[in-house]
Design a protein around this ligand. Structure first.
Ligand SMILES: *Cc1c(COP(=O)(O)O)cnc(C)c1O
Length: 403
């Protein structure tokens, strides 16, 4: 079999047997290390997407792989019917890292968001005194918080939302970045404001300066919980532990996922105030795998990497370089560049190539990245990437933009 036939044969299997809920680039990866991946035919590519920020520490970081191996050799699962020797330590270390009081462990990002919604509603009824079944949660236009039925109920992306009804009520949508609209939407039944500090799927959209401080004040004044979905923006992606840290703002609850599992296993969490997460009682919420020993062991190793501050610093320093290089392409196929740290949304010139075409051209140059929407590229390299590798990828992008 020739090289291309091997790739084509594997893709044909995917398409015949896998549900078609994704449209991947035609590349079949079989090995990876650090910022680089290798396909089944031995071609190497620089990863410029990091599994949508699940691979912040690169592929197979040795500390994380070691933690996973050691744990799998000892104990994998107990269920939460019994204690295990990793869970408490993970919660304590994650709380210390994030400056929070309590940790609820789950598996996927969507489950963390679902859990935060449930906790906010329960808190509204049991603590704030909102009338039963009347709690409202304020969300933003163009939000992305996952794929469950409740979460897509408040998505305004027709592809994510349509034909999945009947939908969960109790969500009020306001324009992202408009603090006055948040204030106007707050009423006696408002339990929480749930938003991404920087919107990822929307195209790495950074809200106006002062927005978050204003939303924080509005929440505090009205006894409303601020829930920051940092699943994509958090854990060093923007150059700080949390994207909200740039604003000097603290949330009441944070949802974490993606990089929390080090790109090895799905690990998510809700972290925040003990008086809010404290509304959960035995039996009122749970997950068979949430907080299982392998998740906790990998999560502890992730916390260990973040505690040094090295990844936050790399993202801040190299992010400045990445943004300088991308901004130099404005007017040469690039219409706008947004983002923070090693995270960028690049709007392509409407008269030039589409995001898919540029992603394909980049693949041919040995760089993997993916469009979000028709004409935006989302760039999120692993935080282990070097300055030279960024230059290599942006040089390739410069060529790929030329029609
Ligand atoms: C990816 C993502 C989610 C959902 O995470 P899954 O693990 O895919 O369920 C939720 N919120 C944000 C901001 C995300 O980027």
């Amino acid at each position: 079999m020739s090289d291309m036939q091997q790739t084509a044969g594997i893709i044909a299997l995917d398409e015949r047997w896998g549900a078609h809920n994704y449209h991947p680039l035609p590349v079949v990866i079989s090995e990876a290390e650090g910022a680089w991946v290798t396909d089944v035919d031995g071609r190497r590519y620089l990863d410029f997407l990091s599994g949508y920020s699940a691979l912040n520490f690169g592929h197979r970081h040795p500390d994380l792989v070691r933690a996973a191996h050691e744990q799998i050799d000892r104990l994998t699962l107990t269920s939460r019917a019994f204690h295990n020797d990793q869970f408490g330590a993970f919660c304590a270390e994650l709380a210390e890292l994030t400056g929070t009081e309590m940790v609820l462990t789950m598996n996927t990002g969507a489950e963390a968001v679902e859990s935060a919604i449930k906790v906010a509603r329960k808190w509204a009824y049991e603590v704030k005194g909102v009338a039963f079944d009347a709690a409202e949660i304020i969300v933003a236009t163009h939000n992305f918080h996952g794929r469950t039925t409740t979460i897509v109920s408040f998505s305004d992306d027709p592809v994510a939302h349509d034909n999945y009804g009947p939908f969960t009520p109790g969500f009020v949508t306001v324009p992202y970045g408009d603090a006055q609209a948040v204030r106007d939407a707050i009423g006696p039944n408002t339990a929480a404001v749930l938003m991404e500090p920087i919107q990822g799927e929307a195209g790495v959209v950074v809200p106006p300066a002062g927005f978050w401080a204003d939303v924080r004040d509005a929440c505090t004044e009205n006894e409303v919980l601020l829930i920051a979905d940092e699943i994509q923006s958090g854990l060093a992606r923007t150059g700080r532990l949390f994207a909200l840290d740039h604003e000097g703002v603290r949330a009441d609850l944070y949802t974490l996922g993606k990089a929390l599992g080090g790109g090895i296993i799905p690990v998510s969490a809700v972290v925040g105030r003990a008086d809010v997460l404290g509304v959960l009682r035995p039996g009122s919420h749970g997950s068979t795998f949430g907080g299982y020993p392998v998740a906790c062991a990998v999560g502890r190793a992730v916390v260990g990497l973040l505690a040094t501050g090295e990844f936050q610093e790399r993202s801040a320093d190299l992010g400045r370089h990445l943004h300088d290089r991308l901004e130099a392409l404005l007017g040469q196929g690039v219409a706008a560049v947004r983002g923070r740290g090693l995270w960028a949304g690049v709007d392509l010139d409407p008269l030039g190539r589409t995001g898919r075409e540029v992603s394909m051209a980049l693949r041919d140059e040995g760089v993997l990245c993916k469009e979000t929407h028709e004409r935006t590229l989302r760039i999120a390299p692993p935080l282990v990437i070097t300055r030279d590798e960024i230059d290599h990828a942006v040089d390739a992008l410069e060529r790929a933009l030329k029609v």
